[in-house]
Design a protein around this ligand. Structure first.
Ligand SMILES: Cc1ncc(COP(=O)(O)O)c(C=O)c1O
Length: 373
């Protein structure tokens, strides 16, 4: 039976040619060429001053926290609904995650919930553009400014999204991206940190190269730091994909529109939101099923799988997963974050791979509606 995949890239001959060139030429005097091209083009695309290519988005969040001086005993606020990679680096630096509730419409950090989580230990805020959707960024930045806190914008899932005509990933002190194979723009694996702060940028360059000042050839490392670099081959793939970014984002939006049309009569389903003034790049087309409807989630996902359709559970609240079971802040969040728990319980991600056709999406809609009956 044909499988309809949940996620995956769209690779054209352009990417194959560019990576082939990189493997042949990015050594000796050609070393670093594709990293520079990728970083410069990405910064230009976002409209920011600096971009640093990294091995993954997890390292971009780790370096953001380090460069902002977050450390032992500090607290960092993160939305309760996101992939664990948004929060894990908080533990890497010895700080504590505080899990804030989400907005039931955008599925992103709720500004009022964020503000209620701020304590005198709070050192930073991580705002996540979940599944390509944008949070109420003006309100989040206003809260951050009122309390003098830096924002790390986790745009891992949101390349091509916009808020008031500005690109996702350009709002915080740093913006971070993932180029994992499941993402809209892939480098196989990879990540990137964007910033307008030159001092922070220089600190990141230093930290990601074992504590060496860029260009240093003396091997007198000034600090024990990290080795977080993207390879030329990954950068070449990322660069070639970046040249097609509009096409990739448009295809994601087209897939979502096919779902919207196919599911429009099912008023008991809530799909990804695109509030006025925002552009959603719909990394994952998703549905929340009305609470009144009986639908054992795992049974539904199994039934979809039997029809050749891959799906994923919406992220679990971080405060609910075993990794955080002993965290005091998780116990507090479990009682408090009603939106996160309700949305997560009722939602799944639908197939959103870039290679899907209109027929594939029509088939998914037909099977889903039939199963939900
Ligand atoms: C919201 C979010 N943050 C961070 C990451 C981490 O990205 P990477 O796998 O490149 O480290 C991901 C990856 O899936 C993600 O979805």
């Amino acid at each position: 039976m044909k499988r309809i995949p949940i996620a995956g890239p769209w690779i054209s001959q352009k990417e194959i040619d560019t990576v082939t060139d990189a493997v042949a030429t990015s050594w000796y005097e050609g070393a670093g060429k594709y990293e520079q091209l990728f970083e410069r083009s990405f910064a230009e695309y976002l409209g920011v001053s600096h971009a640093v290519s990294l091995p993954h988005c997890t390292s971009a969040i780790h370096l953001s926290l380090l460069a902002l001086g977050v450390g032992y005993g500090d607290e960092v606020i993160v939305p309760d609904i996101t992939w664990i990679a948004s929060a894990a680096p908080i533990s890497y630096v010895g700080a504590q995650p505080v899990f804030a509730d989400i907005d039931p419409v955008t599925w992103c950090l709720h500004p009022a919930a964020l503000e209620s989580c701020i304590s005198d230990k709070t050192k930073a805020i991580i705002a996540v553009d979940l599944y390509g959707g944008m949070p109420d960024m003006d309100s989040i930045l206003a809260v951050a400014q009122r309390h003098g806190l830096p924002v790390i914008e986790d745009a891992a899932e949101a390349i091509g999204s916009e808020y008031k005509d500005r690109k996702a990933g350009s709002f915080g002190k740093t913006g971070v991206f993932s180029f994992h194979g499941s993402k809209t723009l892939t480098a196989g694996e990879g990540g990137l940190l964007a910033t307008n702060d030159t001092e922070l940028y220089n600190r990141v360059l230093f930290l990601r190269d074992h504590g060496r000042i860029p260009g240093d050839v003396s091997f007198n490392n000034a600090e024990v730091a990290y080795k977080y670099k993207m390879s030329s081959l990954q950068a070449a793939l990322g660069y070639a994909q970046l040249n097609r970014v509009e096409e990739l984002v448009n295809k994601k939006r087209q897939i979502f529109n096919w779902y919207r049309q196919g599911l429009e009569d099912a008023t008991y389903l809530q799909l990804n939101a695109e509030p006025e003034g925002t552009k959603n790049s719909y990394w994952m087309s998703s549905v929340i099923v009305d609470e009144q409807r009986e639908w054992p989630k795992l049974k539904l996902m199994k039934a979809l799988a039997q029809k050749g359709i891959d799906s994923r559970p919406f992220f679990n609240p971080l405060s609910s997963i075993p990794a955080y079971s002993d965290f005091k802040q998780a116990a507090i969040a479990r009682e408090r974050n009603l939106n996160a728990y309700r949305v997560s319980r009722q939602a799944i991600n639908l197939p959103s791979a870039l290679i899907l056709s209109q027929e594939d999406v029509a088939y998914v809609c037909e099977v889903l509606l039939d199963l939900l009956g």
